[in-house]
Design a protein. Structure first.
Lengths: 333, 443
């Protein structure tokens, strides 16, 4: 009876969730979007996605090993997600070297400068994307037309996104009722066939991912629903005021990066608040800022900026928004 | 819709391997070591000395304060020595070591199996009897029961809640007791109701024990004022505050006692012990202990004399498995890992769980990825990630401000964390420091 026993404080059993399992949960949720982007944008999508994912993984490996001098843990899947999300935020005709720069900024500046997974204040993929947008505005805003540019890469036929068409048209004094004839219907946009970034092509695929993430309890409903709900309500108010000057709320939800942002970007664990209440505030803030930028800003699309701005508010939200404590004594007066 | 508590909680695999095993009387040990501190509060003071002969049920150590408990001999025989023995906390505790000779019971104990329903004692007499019999909370907290029955002046108990939740995975001792000693524990419940002067008692049972719910529901028809409430399975529903919330919807205020919302909670094991003490004059010297684990040959429920070495129980359940890594006193969520299986069974030992080597070590710790799962599972509405961080930084003032003292140490946060962070370890450390600060402030 001299067997040496292991002794440690409780608990003695652990849940099944690991960083790896949660990250793979996100990757599985990204599959429908991946497939539709390949379907609509073909060879260009393939090149951009492979370049982005590979360079994100390689940069994370190199930085961890040679700069942080730690043992690289690439298999946790987070670099793959960053690379994939970055690719989903890029047009399919973007030259390889620009994609590589984007991945370097996303991983190098967005994530590893702060100490790696868990410590970055801003969503790394969006840091990369916004860096490219302000550095290469022309390449980042020429959008290949879906399906017809399947077999082309750099020489793809390009066109404006619906949000771009609307922004440009309204600026030139056109009416909404004329503009809607130039863009696909809401239903068409939802099932695909719309110019834009790789991941924005079909809302339906993103919704499938959302259902999976909620079912697997990888994320909760708070951020996506509050963000989309706010976009719907705020854009809806403007639409009710003047339907000839402002697009309808459904358009605002399914066009551009609203769905992609709400489901995959704003819900990033590391850069979103810790309490349910805080997540609601965060989602509402993103929704509000998105609509403001779309309606009154210089850019046709504002999801990336809105998320990054709200990322900056996360520490202060965590400081002031507390969960309701059990047995909280309500002080009178 | 079944009731449950509203905030947080987790669903660890239940693994109730021994649920169908009837309670067996464990053979008498050759020797027992009975620690004089098996309860919360002051250790009892021994009243026997070396070479004294004792009988089963004889008082051997006296309660030494308001919050303390009497200790009785669980065997008959000769006191060999009073020495320090390692108990489940891992520390050495003063213990009375008795060499077992025969099985001679104290004459006053009624050993007949007949159910005795009439309650002759008055409220005060019951409380006194419970104190004399050395009864403590048998759910694991081991708080002296007579203290819980003495309602402070100016407060009034409205409802008695009997805790049959047994939310810890693996453990089945309360489950078996409800099935096999249903009438006794219902009479025990009536005795507790009389002591507290309440006319309503609810037995809370999670609905993973449908047989116990059905059995007790049927029996309660003959007992005025007692009913059974089936609860939705969720850990830590057996926590006192969570159970009160689940059943009454009331929240015990932070830092307050259950009586502040008119509730008193006792475990089913305690209710049974109260029956035996009051109706059969039998002090607390034995209890039901589950012996279980995935590689245990014969998962069992034993009626065990206090002071029996854990090794004897493991032997009776088929021996210590080859692949043993950890031996836990209690359940996997809140139990204590034993450093040796020579540790004696005490009043608070609800189970012995043997965990294989492969599941005994914690995983590698990663950085917090801020997934917020610890916040969402905390049944007290705390932020475990933050409490760990401020404790690491030794910012105890902030830890107190963030209500670290509210933590009930259920372990849900450490259980759920995908980064294997030792959240509860740090929170415990912080609580010790904050507790010290609060005490010095009062002086």
């Amino acid at each position: 009876m001299s067997k040496l026993l292991t002794v440690s404080p409780s608990p003695h059993n652990y849940g099944k969730d690991t960083i790896k399992s949660l990250m793979y949960g996100v990757l599985i949720a990204l599959i429908p979007t991946l497939l539709v982007s390949l379907y609509f944008f073909g060879i260009g999508a393939l090149i951009v996605i492979i370049t982005s994912v590979l360079s994100a993984v390689v940069f994370e490996y190199l930085i961890t090993k040679y700069i942080l001098k730690a043992s690289p843990d690439i298999i946790d899947g987070s670099a793959v997600i960053t690379g994939l999300l970055l690719a989903f935020n890029l047009p399919s005709n973007l030259p390889v070297w620009i994609v590589i720069i984007g991945a370097l900024v996303a991983i190098g500046i967005g994530k590893m400068t702060f100490g790696g997974l868990g410590n970055n204040p801003f969503n790394p993929a969006l840091v990369g994307r916004v860096f490219l947008l302000v550095s290469f505005p022309v390449q980042m805003t020429t959008w290949p037309a879906p399906i017809q540019s399947r077999l082309q890469y750099l020489d793809a036929v390009t066109g404006a996104t619906p949000l771009g068409v609307v922004k440009e048209g309204l600026r030139n004094g056109e009416q909404v009722s004329e503009l809607v004839k130039q863009i696909p219907s809401n239903m068409q946009m939802f099932i695909g066939n719309v110019g834009g970034s790789l991941g924005e092509v079909a809302g339906l695929a993103i919704v499938l991912g959302l259902i999976w993430l909620l079912y697997k309890k990888v994320i909760t409903w708070h951020i996506p629903i509050s963000m989309l709900g706010t976009i719907f309500i705020v854009s809806g108010v403007f639409w009710l005021i003047n339907p000839e000057k402002y697009m309808n709320p459904v358009f605002h939800i399914i066009s551009g990066g609203a769905l992609l942002g709400a489901v995959f970007m704003a819900t990033d664990y590391v850069t979103s608040p810790m309490t349910a209440k805080g997540q609601l505030i965060f989602g509402i803030g993103i929704g509000f800022l998105t609509v403001m930028i779309r309606l009154f800003g210089a850019y046709p699309e504002g999801v990336s900026f809105a998320i990054l701005i709200m990322n900056a508010f996360v520490p202060i939200i965590n400081l002031y928004v507390k969960p309701k404590r059990f047995g909280e004594v309500i002080k009178n007066g | 819709m079944l009731k449950t508590f509203s905030k947080g909680g987790v669903h660890p695999p239940e693994n109730k391997l021994s649920a169908i095993q009837t309670i067996e009387q464990l053979a008498l040990p050759k020797m027992v070591s009975i620690p004089i501190s098996q309860h919360i509060g002051a250790p009892a003071s021994p009243i026997v000395k070396k070479n004294d002969t004792v009988k089963v049920g004889q008082l051997i150590a006296k309660s030494s304060g308001f919050v303390s408990a009497n200790i009785h001999s669980s065997v008959s025989g000769k006191v060999i020595k009073i020495d320090s023995v390692v108990d489940s906390s891992g520390y050495k505790k003063q213990s009375i070591i008795i060499d077992v000779e025969g099985d001679e019971w104290f004459e006053e104990i009624d050993r007949t199996p007949e159910l005795k329903k009439e309650i002759d004692l008055s409220s005060e007499e019951i409380i006194k009897k419970v104190g004399e019999s050395g009864i403590v909370g048998l759910g694991g907290a081991t708080f002296p029961s007579q203290v819980k029955l003495s309602v402070p002046r100016g407060m009034k108990a409205e409802i008695l809640i009997i805790n049959g939740v047994e939310c810890e995975p693996y453990l089945t001792s309360d489950h078996r007791l409800m099935l096999e000693k249903g009438d006794e524990l219902l009479v025990g419940t009536q005795i507790l109701m009389k002591a507290l002067n309440v006319d309503k008692a609810i037995i809370g049972i999670e609905n993973n024990k449908p047989d116990a719910i059905e059995h007790l529901t049927k029996l309660t028809k003959q007992y005025q004022g007692i009913s059974v409430e089936a609860l939705k399975v969720k850990y830590p529903q057996g926590g006192e505050k969570q159970l009160i919330k689940a059943i009454t919807g009331r929240e015990v205020p932070s830092g307050g006692l259950p009586i502040a919302v008119g509730a008193v909670v006792h475990n089913v094991g305690t209710a049974f012990a109260v029956y035996e003490a009051v109706q059969k004059n039998k002090p607390l010297f034995e209890r039901v202990v589950t012996v279980t684990g995935k590689s245990v040959k014969r998962p069992s429920n034993f009626m065990v004399r206090i002071g029996t070495p854990v090794a004897d129980l493991i032997e009776a359940a088929g021996g210590l498995p080859e692949d043993t890594g950890k031996v836990i006193s209690g359940g996997p969520m809140m139990g204590r890992a034993l450093s040796t299986i020579d540790t004696p069974v005490t009043k608070g030992t609800s189970g012995i769980l043997i965990i294989p080597e492969g599941e005994s070590r914690r995983g590698k710790i990663y950085d917090c990825i801020r997934c917020a799962k610890c916040v969402s599972v905390c049944p007290m509405g705390l932020e475990p990630y933050l409490l760990m961080k401020v404790t690491e930084m030794q910012n105890y003032e902030r830890a107190e401000h963030e209500r670290t003292m509210d933590c009930i140490e259920c372990g849900s946060c450490s259980y759920i964390c995908p980064s294997n962070r030792p959240l509860l370890d740090y929170i415990r450390l912080g609580k010790v420091e904050v507790g010290r600060i609060i005490r010095t402030r009062k002086v």
